[in-house]
Structure formats: C-alpha cells, structure tokens
Design a protein around this ligand. Sequence first.
Ligand code: SF4
Length: 423
Amino acid sequence: MPTLDALATRFPEIPPSVMLKIDLLRRGVRMGLAPVGTRHYHHHDEQGQKPVDPRAHIQGSVMLPDGTTVFVAHNPASPYVIEADPDTGRIRLREGERDEFITELMPGPRFGWTAARTAQQTPMAAVFSQSLGGTCGPLAIFLLRYCEFTKNDEECRFCSWVRMGKSHEVRPNAADLREALGAIWAEQESIGYLAFSGGSLFNRTKEADAFLLYMDAARETGLRLPTTVAAIQALDRPDSARLRGAGFDYACYSMEVWDDAAWQAVLPGKARSVGRAHWMACLSDAAEEFGPGRVLCNFLAGVETAVPGLYRSPQAAADATLEGMRWCYEQGVYPKWAVWIVSGGAVFSSHDPAPLEYYAHLIAGRRQLYAEYGLPVPATDCRHCLTQSCEGDLAVLDPARYAIGAAAMCDWDHHHPVARVVN
Ligand code: SF4
C-alpha cells in the first residue's frame, strides 16, 4: 500500500490502522462470501428495494487486530476485498489490485433479529437498522421513508438512500416497532443508543411531529430506553423544546459542510428549506434548550472536496471543516464527523473520494480542538460504535498525544455495555 506508507512517513502521529480505516471507508470494500454484515433495507421497507447486486444490501462492521472497528459496505470498484480463507474460514482483507494480504479481520456483530419477522411479516431489519454496524448494538429507525428534497432534485449530493428504491410504507408500523424493540432487547441485552431519523420535509414542525409520536410508541412498550437521539433537520426553538420535552437525550442537526458555497453545492434542499444562517441559529437555540453538549452537529468530512474550485488544497478544505467544529464548540454544540463514503446512486457517486491527506490534516486539527474545549463526549459515542469516524480510535491508540481535553475523560472502551452477540 504505497500511498498509505507514504502518509505514515509524513504523519507519524497517526496510527497506521487509523489511516487504513479511513481508506476502507472512503473506498468501500468488495464483499466476498465472508460472513460479514447483515441485510440492510436501504429504503426501510421490503417492497421498496431496487433489485440490485444483493451484496449492495449488506452492511456491517469488521474489527482490525488492534480493535479499530470499521463500517463496511459493498463497492464493486473498491481495490479492497474481504474474503474467508477457504481452509481455515478466517476472515482476511486483501488489496485486490496487487492481490496483497493486508490483515486478518474479526467480523462485527450479526444479530439474529435482523433475519426475523414481526407477526405482520415485516422484516425487523426494515423497522430498525443496526446503526453503522456498531458493536454495542446501536439502533436507528427511519420515521419517514421519503424525502421532499427529491421532488426537485434537491437531495443532498452524497445521499444514495433516496435512489435505492421507493418506499411503499411511508412510516413504520407502531405495532412492528414495539414487537421488534422487545425482540432486540431480549437478544442483545444492551442497545448502545437509539437514533430516530428519516427523510426531510419543508414543513419541519410536521417532520418533528413524527419524532414525538414514535417516542411515545417506544415508551408504551414499557421497555427501558437507551440513550436517544433525534437526527432531524434543524428545528426552531419551540420545536427543539418539544423534542427535549418528549424525552430525547440528544438532538443532532447536522450541517454536513461548513462554508456557504459548500452548502449551495452539496445541500441544495437544506439550503432552500432552512438556509445555513438559520440552521446555525437553530443549533445555538437548541443548545440552550438541551444544555451544553446535548446538541450534536455532524460534518460529512471530505464531501466538500468534491465541489470544483472551492478549496485550493486538501488542507484548506480540512481547515474549513475545523472552523465549523470550532464554531460548534463556541455554541455548546458537540461537533462530530464521519468519513464521506462515495455511495452508488448519489449525485456525487462518480466523484473521487477525499484525499487521505485531507483526513490527516483534519485529525491533527480535531486533536487541537479536544485540547481546547472540555465539552463532554456524548453518550452515543464509543470506540466500537464510531465505525465511520476515528474519534475513539485515536484517543485509545494514541492517548499521550491525542486524548487530551474531553477525549481524556471518556472511557472509550467501556462507554456502552456490550451487546450479547451470537455470530
Ligand atoms: S435530507 Fe439529505 S441525507 Fe436526508 S434523506 Fe433527504 S437527501 Fe438524503
């Protein structure tokens, strides 16, 4: 892997496993027949799935030998291959172009409920997703299987979800939700967190209504609720207060990119629905409603490099995203990031991923922010569930140089109780 080797020489403070994780994320993997991942319903109902290569519907995670956990999804163009050794059955990673053995891998959790159906014959995995293959069993539920931004081709340019099919059921069935949640608790015995999400509406109050409705449905199960997060468009203060009043622990209003020009190019729907300035005002207001560190803002790190002519270098793009993270900290909003995965079906699907150098600069700057700001690490974050960013990995692998500030306070390896896994 000459590119990774060259990066390791230039950025010796970043562990090689972290750079490998980033490369696996940004380029995806070719899934062989190895027992990795489970069936993922992209459009969150069974009928709505497009008939594509079945491997495109498999998602999950793998663990590198040092414990670094990586989200994996199939990309037929990736140079990386995950396969099972035909003699030993052990899972290994190869780089296809050179047929080079890279490392052995541990498959992430594969829960039995993902293959089960409710009494109404709905696949439980169409009701809840195993969120990003996280090892502690985090869940996501999509409350609206439709996004209004698609009507005028205004969907976020990285989003493949809207083009993977068309849902017949616009909302999940509440009885299915109750039954599936019971089955998941019974099997996993732990749920890292529960994220409520879904497509967007221009009427954000209406979008928020569903979050309250389904929070009630989850409560009516009488089951213990894990840490909950509402990942939704930025809401005006009264609606943020409604979310908080309904019992959500966290709200996540993701800016995804920082500069206004990037907003126009990457988020045309959000730019028209709310606009960057109003989004930022909503974030500040929500931080007052929820309290410091209880409002999250994700940046889809790297997607801004796909906008032609916007940044003169990978470092300049990383600096812009870091500026956004700093702004968040100043408001009491916890900034998060995920590696941009170039997804099939997205408007940006033919773009190159962001260069590795971009992530090297981003990581260095993120480390600096950890040292400056003491906002607590959210309860949703754990090294084994942050499969799409490297926050926890760096703090664990490189504590002397990285885990300063808030990261040092966080017991990354034991943040969530461990879910029971029967692979
Ligand atoms: S808001 Fe953006 S990311 Fe979310 S479903 Fe719509 S297009 Fe996709």
